[in-house]
Ligand binder design. Structure first.
Ligand SMILES: Nc1ncnc2c1ncn2[C@@H]1O[C@H](COP(=O)(O)OP(=O)(O)OP(=O)(O)O)[C@@H](O)[C@H]1O
Ligand SMILES: [Mg+2]
Length: 307
């Protein structure tokens, strides 16, 4: 029994990253509710605000001024990420606040990022949920790509669907670029094809792979394809108002399969819920929301599927 418990304690936590597109689609709301449900299922959970530029996740948990933030870890004020975790009012749920307003950190150096990623995997937890900032900077994509569960949130608006697709596309190209680091000619092709208006007229990953193969990249393509297929993002449509809105996830699935050779899953959607909007504007912690409301309950269903 004891050995079992020890083994459990030592195994690395599962990382879930919540990203996708630009601001305001509900990444912070969804990641907070996911972390809440995981902790309610007796999973020791740490919610991390990796939005290093505009950190505000703590407010969704009712914490006004976090005393410790990621910045304290990067500047070595605290040696371990454990030291900057703060308890929340919810049992099993701890928070690592982002380094809000610390501009030097909005673009952390490579070494700092590696240090953060390594330490995340060493946290004493069952699950670590990362709330990624908006956009597709390399930092955001790298946190996304190292995570076990890669979650992309979008809303039914066409612009949001486009953003979420662009986000997944950027992640795929970022991964291809990492994988071809030791093959400069392949990496050059990847970098060219990354531009949607590239001169080579490559529009799909399939076309890119063909080009790699034709340029004597025999044997490389299979390995790359295998890795890309592993990306499998989970697409969550948020702020759904009509049944038709749910098509947003389906569109991403179809386009990603056709152009990127990735097969996103659709673990469910979340309806628009005034209660959520009101809680956020009134700064009432999301953990106090009515758990039987459709939106909050659907996040529970999604978490069950992703586990
Ligand atoms: N299901 C929902 N129902 C109603 N309102 C929602 C829902 N999800 C999110 N919102 C509202 O949308 C706004 C944006 O949500 P949130 O802050 O989670 O977005 P974000 O993607 O994290 O944005 P950013 O990129 O700026 O961090 C909030 O005011 C929140 O109240
Ligand atoms: Mg946010």
């Amino acid at each position: 029994m004891r050995g079992k418990q020890e083994a459990k304690r030592k195994s690395a936590p599962k990382l879930w990253a919540v990203g996708g597109g630009k601001g305001g689609v509900g990444k912070s709301v969804i990641s907070t509710l996911m972390a809440f449900w995981l902790s309610r299922m007796d999973k020791r959970t740490v919610l991390v605000d990796t939005d290093l530029g505009g950190a505000n996740l703590h407010t969704l948990l009712g914490i006004k001024n976090p005393t410790r933030t990621l910045n304290d870890f990067v500047t070595r004020k605290y040696a371990s990420l454990e030291d900057i975790c703060v308890n929340t009012e919810v049992e099993n749920l701890r928070l690592i606040s982002g380094a809000g307003g610390i501009l030097s950190l909005a673009n952390p150096q490579f070494v700092q990022k590696v240090k953060i990623v390594q330490s995340l995997f060493r946290l004493d937890a069952d699950y670590v949920v990362l709330d990624l900032g908006g956009g597709s900077s390399f930092n955001v994509l790298d946190f996304f790509l190292v995570s076990h569960q890669k979650i992309a949130v979008l809303t039914p608006q066409p612009i949001s669907i486009q953003n979420a697709y662009a986000f997944v596309r950027n992640a795929v190209y970022r991964r291809l670029s990492q994988l071809s680091r030791r093959e400069p000619s392949v990496q050059a092709l990847v970098k060219t094809a990354m531009d949607p208006k590239n001169a080579l007229k490559v529009r799909t990953i399939k076309e890119l792979f063909q080009l790699v193969q034709d340029s004597d990249g025999t044997g490389v393509v299979e390995g790359l394809q295998e890795e890309i297929e592993k990306i499998r993002p989970a697409v969550i449509a948020n702020m759904i108002r009509t049944p038709k809105d749910k098509n947003a996830s389906r569109i991403i699935q179809l386009v990603a399969e056709k152009y990127l050779m990735v097969h996103p899953s659709d673990p469910g959607s979340v309806v628009y819920d005034e209660q959520i909007d009101k809680s956020v504007s009134d700064m009432v912690p999301l953990t106090k929301l009515d758990q039987s409301s459709e939106a909050v309950a659907s996040v529970y269903e999604i978490v069950m599927k992703l586990m």
